[in-house]
Design a protein around this ligand. Structure first.
Ligand SMILES: [Zn+2]
Length: 123
């Protein structure tokens, strides 16, 4: 369990920002996008390509350690749209999220982001 928590490479982050083009949650086109872990670090998430999305400062601060689907509902954001877009972005980056289909009927535990199918090439 001593692995580095910052696995996201700079080029991966740039690709993510480019793919989303704005805050992943509220679509705010701010230039100050921050790295937000969809699954919070405190809940076992890591800074990896399949767990980081660009978020504006407001969303990042608001979401904090909250479970993403719980937070999206609280903010009255479209969680199905977010999950669908997220999956599409990762698919475009050739790193689809395991277990996320169209976001419908998706429980909090349904986000299979902890175990990508393919072995990590980042060694
Ligand atoms: Zn935002």
């Amino acid at each position: 369990m001593a692995r580095a928590t910052h696995d996201l490479r700079d080029d991966e982050w740039i690709a993510l920002v480019d793919a989303w083009g704005a805050c992943a949650y509220c679509a705010s086109a701010t230039t100050a996008l921050q790295r937000d872990c969809v699954l919070p670090i405190s809940r076992g998430g890591r800074y990896t390509l399949t767990n980081v999305v660009p978020a504006c400062r407001s969303c990042n601060a608001s979401k904090c350690n909250t479970e993403v689907t719980v937070w999206l509902r609280r903010k009255r954001l479209d969680e199905a749209a977010f999950l669908g877009r997220w999956n599409a972005v990762l698919a475009a980056l050739d790193r689809p999220v395991a277990g996320v289909s169209d976001g419908s009927d998706l429980g909090v535990e349904g986000i299979g982001i902890s175990a990508p199918k393919s072995a990590s090439p980042t060694l």
